[in-house]
Design a protein around this ligand. Structure first.
Ligand code: ZN
Length: 190
């Protein structure tokens, strides 16, 4: 497991919050495919590929879950996210979110280990934002799994990081989350 600095984690959360506000992500689980499409990205599921091509991608560690490509032939970047939709839904939701992370965080085509860790954290937060979990008062891994349609592994990681955050800061909201929490509260059941 590769760790980032506290500042890097905060910067990623800020990027995720921007997406929530810009694309009005206000119901959960979020529709990550609709988000990618709204951002102008083309989605290509592995089930749409030829058998040989799919087999080739599934064999390789770097492409077995998914990847993205950037086409600049028209003078502007056009992104395509390819994802293994033959995997379970929480997995491919994470894959699409992870690739969105690489694009938003401007990682380029050859991401480093720390950029992979950043895209993973981005994906986890995009699908189940810590401050929303706290605001909703969800108190178990199970509740997080069902509310956000994510894997148990992801939910466990996020749950643990919220516990750590509680130990350090209690249930207080970070400065950069304040406005966002006010905004999201309008849509959350009270
Ligand atoms: Zn990646």
């Amino acid at each position: 497991m590769y760790y980032l600095s506290g500042k890097e984690y905060d910067e990623i959360v800020k990027e995720v919050i921007n997406l929530y506000e810009d694309y009005v992500l206000n119901s959960f689980p979020i529709d990550v495919k609709a988000l990618a499409t709204a951002m102008g990205f083309v989605l290509k599921p592995y089930s749409s590929l030829q058998k040989e091509e799919r087999g080739f991608l599934l064999q390789k560690e770097e492409t077995k879950n998914g990847f993205h490509v950037c086409d600049i032939s028209k003078g502007y970047p056009k992104y395509t996210i390819c994802y293994n939709d033959l995997d379970q839904e929480p997995r491919w939701r994470h894959t699409i979110a992870h690739e969105i992370g690489h694009i938003v965080l401007k990682h380029g085509s050859n991401p480093t280990k720390s950029q992979e860790a950043a895209a993973d954290y981005f994906a986890k937060q995009l699908l189940a934002l810590s401050c929303i979990i706290i605001e909703m008062g969800l108190g178990s891994v199970e509740e997080i799994v069902y509310r956000f349609n994510i894997s148990w592994e992801s939910a466990f990681y996020t749950y643990k990081s919220i516990m750590k955050r509680r130990e350090k800061f209690g249930d207080s909201i970070m400065d950069y989350e304040k406005e966002f929490i006010e905004w999201i509260r309008r849509w959350l059941p009270s």
